[in-house]
Design a protein around this ligand. Structure first.
Ligand code: S5P
Length: 455
């Protein structure tokens, strides 16, 4: 029989160094008087069992499955599962080989009600990531139990998205008990309270598409923003398929959920004028724009020829094109100065998603020095680089089910790209077109981006 006593349990957390006091420097560079890492509990089975009893008193009757946020909460979830006989699921954390491994291990059916267990909540980022992945598998998040709330804004953030977080302990209740029991001095008690007060994580302000459209300098950019607002979608499907039929069939399935399609027209084996006509017609039907990802990277004169001539005659049908700025300002200016009836909006590639990309800070800062001067420029393709408002940030390397491929591509989740990288538009390739049911898959991406409230 496991005895349960809050005060003795919390004091034991200090004894086994899951809670430490001192002068710590956090990843952010900020100083903290307290350090919390509950992973060490695995070395103390009795405490793990005790923790499980704390959890059990809170579990809702509806729960059908238990899942721990990897890794710290996995043994906790296991202990609860054994004690309650509620079956457990494991959500993978490590990179998966594309399409070969499941993201959730264990038996379940769609709609199963899940209890999600987490050790510590700070910003709520890892909980949100796990929630998105479990929901994309059809599971319903019924209850979220956390051992310790650091009270820095994470639970409020989840609440704003409709998820209630219940915590066994809060950092202030922890230090209050430790102070009252004489385990810490009064000064330290107040230092920790002040630290909590000064460490609130503010939810990133995501730019509204409607507001941006009003100030965006480029008409095509405004059109893209208005479509995104109207369709409540900032998703751009990158269709790297190689026949006209495949491209058009795919767009018929996802067209209603995207604000633009991005093509690599030079990989389409049967490219023709008819294809362009059909493409434009489907784009009009579903109200999305067309980006040709040509990544121009030459001297001005050559770029104008590549835009207007050859079998593709890109400028005659593309609403936007991508362009590298490696050739310098004059090459960009050449397009800006090009006097023609039909000129696509320009999306410079500032920072690439691939492993080892040479687009370092020096390069990006140099792009920044001149790119905003040209009204043909809509914004930029980048990852961490910050785009100045009202220009637009486009981010590829987005995938719900994979962390990367074996050819250097690196992926982030839609939520991370919106909330942390603060991107305006997400470019999704294989995440959609490699799916056997893209019309189903796109709903998962839409649910993820819509949960970020960006319209
Ligand atoms: O940095 C970049 C820039 C681009 S435009 N990284 C990218 O992956 N892209 C393009 O986005 C790439 O050429 C491909 O068409 C798409 C990503 O496809 P996915 O299948 O990896 O999602």
């Amino acid at each position: 029989m496991v005895m349960n006593n809050t005060s003795s349990f919390l004091k034991s957390l200090v004894d086994i160094e899951c809670v430490k006091f001192g002068d710590f420097t956090l990843k952010s560079g900020k100083k903290s008087p307290i350090y919390i890492d509950l992973r060490n509990i695995v070395s103390y089975p009795k405490m793990l069992a005790e923790l499980s009893v704390f959890f059990e008193t809170h579990i809702s009757k509806e729960i059908q499955r238990i899942c721990g946020v990897p890794y710290a909460a996995l043994p906790m979830a296991t202990a609860v599962s054994i004690n309650t006989n509620l079956p457990m699921l494991i959500k993978r954390k490590e990179a998966k080989n594309y399409g070969t491994k499941k993201i959730v291990e264990g038996e379940f059916k769609k709609g199963d009600k899940v209890l999600l267990i987490e050790d510590v909540i700070t910003s709520g980022e890892s909980l949100l990531e796990t929630i998105t992945e479990l929901e994309s598998e059809g599971l319903a998040i019924e209850q979220i139990l956390v051992v310790l709330d650091r009270e820095q804004g994470g639970s409020d953030r989840l609440k704003a998205k409709g998820y209630e977080v219940q915590s066994l302990f809060t950092i202030s209740s922890l230090i209050k008990i430790l102070f009252e029991d004489g385990k810490i001095e009064e000064k330290l008690y107040h230092d920790v309270l002040n630290f909590i007060h000064d460490s609130q994580i503010t939810t990133p302000v995501v730019k509204s598409k409607k507001k941006l459209a009003k100030t965006h300098p480029n008409a095509i950019g405004q059109q893209l923003l208005n479509i995104a607002h109207a369709k409540k979608s900032n998703l751009i499907a990158s269709v790297d398929l190689t026949t006209s039929k495949e491209v058009l069939d795919f767009l018929a399935k996802v067209g209603s959920g995207i604000c633009a399609v991005k093509l690599h027209v030079d990989i389409i084996t049967d490219f023709s004028h008819d294809f362009v006509l059909e493409l434009r017609s489907i784009a009009q039907k579903h109200n999305f724009l067309i980006i040709e990802d040509r990544k121009f990277a030459d001297i001005g004169n050559t770029q104008l020829l590549q835009l207007s001539k050859g079998i593709y005659s890109i400028a005659s049908w593309a609403d936007m094109v991508t362009i590298h700025l490696i050739a310098g300002e004059a090459s960009l200016k050449a397009i800006q100065d090009w006097d023609t009836d039909k000129k696509p909006g320009l999306i410079p590639i500032i920072e690439m998603s691939s492993q080892g990309a040479l687009t370092d800070k020096h390069y990006m800062d140099n792009c920044k020095k001149f790119m905003y001067k040209y009204s043909d420029v809509l914004g930029g393709v980048c990852q961490t680089f910050e785009i100045d408002t009202p220009f637009l940030k486009f981010t590829p390397g987005v995938n719900l089910a994979s962390k990367g491929d074996d050819k250097g591509q690196q992926y982030n989740t839609p939520e991370f790209v919106i909330e942390t990288l603060r991107s305006d538009f997400l470019i999704i390739g294989r995440g959609l077109y490699a799916s056997t049911q893209p019309e189903v898959e796109i709903e998962k991406y839409l649910a993820a981006v819509r949960s970020c409230d960006i319209y």
